[in-house]
Design a binder for this molecule. Sequence first.
Ligand code: SAM
Length: 309
Amino acid sequence: MHTNVEQIFTFIDQESTFIEEQQSATYLEGVVYALELWLEDKKVPTVTNPTKEQIRKAIQLAILKGMKSTSQVNHQMTPDAIGLLVSYFVKVVAKDKKELSILDPAFGTGNLLYTVMNALPSENHAYGVEIDELLIQLAAQTGELLTHDIQLFRQDALKPLLIDPVDVVVSDLPVGYYPDDETAQDYFLHSKEEMSYAHHLFIEQSMKHVKPGGYLYFLVPNTIFESKQAPQLHKFMKENGWIQAVIQFPASIFKTKGQEKSLLVLQKKREDLKGPREVLLAKVPNMTNKEAMELFFQKIDIWQEENAK
Ligand code: SAM
């Protein structure tokens, strides 16, 4: 007996491989073709009532297969382990809200944001911005199959965005230098001495597009506060928001050494609110150790309760 995830993956894989072999296209272009067949009801996987998570996971497996040979580090899909932890945090913010608006300005395949949306009980409306045409196409098809309420923009996210401020920003930021120096000049966080860091500019752009009191969850390099441009970033964060938490992930979940990331949680300042009593600094344990993970989540719950007082 095959599971729904296996059935859906097999369907996408067969169609993608066929296209790859017949039309000198890439496997990922084949995935676009397979999803198009499914959306247009021309050919569909043989499954009964798949859940949104089953559909997301199967598409994720196919995209991961396609990315294995081609993708650069900055295009890689956000691993599920990270998406699940971010969902845990966002669920707390969403608890008392009927509706939630969410933005991911570096949307990629959408895997991170869809993981979060699938985990939320509230109704949510999301916005995604992505510069890469193939990735945003895959993301749009996945969003349609998951029937999520989402608006996508194919553009450079550091150029002006036609998006109203949201409740929550969630993003696995592209890391490195931003090549468009002219656009960077519009940012407080541009560097006068060298090219500006894209991940710093993304933080500033996101802060602009979140409501006062709203939360921002960023995947950032572990070394973000050690670089030459870090003092300016510190200043910006202090003036505009509060650092709520910095959580380091185990190196084992990242494919490439030196690319390890942490989850940085910020809240945009609002006059009637105070900053956190204590910034949560934590390390995620080995995720296969159930007991250690339970203790870790307990620690987060206690911190969140203390902060809410
Ligand atoms: N969370 C995504 C997922 O699950 O697929 C992965 C995000 S990936 C680490 C970073 C993404 O930022 C890449 O897809 C890249 O194409 C995109 N990107 C890089 N620079 C950009 C820019 N200036 N504007 C919009 N997107 C950009």
